[in-house]
Write a protein that binds this ligand. Sequence first.
Ligand code: ADP
Length: 258
Amino acid sequence: MSLPSTAVPEPAASRGDVRIAVQATGLVKTYGSGDAQVRALDGVSAEFAAGEFTAIMGPSGSGKSTFMHCLAGLDTLDGGAVTIGGTTITGMKDRKLTQLRRDRIGFIFQAFNLLPTLTAEQNILLPLSLAGRKPDPEWYARLIEVVGLKDRLGHRPSQLSGGQQQRVACARALVGKPEVVFADEPTGNLDSRSGAEVLGFLQKSVRELDQTVIMVTHDPAAASYADRVVFLADGRPAGELADPTAESVLDHLMRAGR
Ligand code: ADP
């Protein structure tokens, strides 16, 4: 599609050798008005490199969910802008935004949101079927292999464990080779073993399948699977950690709480 000649050039989608999957600049989001107004995001800027697994952490109410929803174009902003793969989504018309979310973004939520009457395979392929697309066969085969669902594809959700169901949801998020996958507390409904399986898969999808994952979590052990942790406090950036461990994340959170 051609842009009108007066259009402002899109921001660069790369910096040196680093491809930027998602860029947030000065995000502001307020809820309510008057005395009851809450500034959920108070000027948050961050860059998320392609091929990286980032965790977003912070105390309850620090703005994590709001941040993720704004990054994914699920919520509108009061200030600032978000670009995904160099396309500015802020201010985009609803229809175009819906299409962009469908074609270029994957979502994983705490609730698995699988359709109970469909098999695992039908659930995984559903977003593509709805878009009238077919999966790239090589990609699909690799994905099923990595997610470890090869012998479960004909099962319905009720015949799968919670961890397996969430792995189906992960495969569904990745089947269209999105530019970024947003995961909102993906292990919140799982026991620690199933949670570890899902996190291990998300990590593999980044390391072996070159995907980009941004995950909100409040669990330092979950964050330790990421390459980087971005911290929020009171709707503002509150530091970062590279190559996190559960201990270093906990330490950062405790220092911030002092
Ligand atoms: P977190 O995910 O870190 O727990 P949230 O993004 O959910 O934080 O919330 C950040 C702040 O914005 C909190 O003070 C919360 O109460 C407020 N908030 C979030 N969503 C809404 C909403 N829909 N209406 C009013 N206030 C909201």
